[in-house]
Design a protein around this ligand. Sequence first.
Ligand SMILES: N[C@@H](CCC(=O)N[C@@H](CS)C(=O)NCC(=O)O)C(=O)O
Length: 218
Amino acid sequence: MYRLFGVQDFANLAVHVALEEAGVPYEAVFLDADKGELRSTDHLARQPMGLVPALETPEGPVFETGACLLYLGERHGLAPAPGAAERGAFLSWFVFVNNGLHTAVMDLIHPYRVSEDHARIVAEAARARLLERMAALEAVAQTRPSWLSADRPGVLGIYISMLLRWMQAFPWAGDLAISAQDFPALLAIAQACEARPAAQRAGAANGLSGPFFSDPEV
Ligand SMILES: N[C@@H](CCC(=O)N[C@@H](CS)C(=O)NCC(=O)O)C(=O)O
């Protein structure tokens, strides 16, 4: 059985949706950062930086959002399996999202971590990078590959859906929010994802309801 360690509405949300889509037994454990539970010896053994998500698996702990999603995706039919013809394209865009999109969204919502004195400049630069990268991703989504389609759930669509939530709901300054409406194929994936019972169950466990990926409350 899996155990997912997270904080409500943090990056563990995407892994939570993937576990629900996989239909496998799991337990979600929510930690209290204010009580220091992310810095406990037990949690640092799972995630050495004291962050979430961390996933306990039969093979030991897995951490980093991307690693947790890839791990679940290839074991439970939510991504092309190793050896599949589409694996290379899927991996390329998955790493693009993990390395290029996720990190830029973090700079959009927490620019002061890069520079307290120049937070606005950092956030604006992150927004520009995001718009360029989202356009590239939108072009891929328009081709409807099996691994990034509104017609079937997959870990890449789940990951992008969570990042769409963040770039709309949590930018450092409201005028820097990025609208999902500008990326119709990605928007359709987020809408399809959040409409599925799996995402609704994971969302509820994280205190979320409604169109929490495609059109989150701000
Ligand atoms: N690269 C890591 C980043 C994880 C991360 O930054 N997690 C945040 C939540 S989204 C966290 O644990 N924050 C708790 C804290 O900073 O105390 C991953 O993708 O797992």
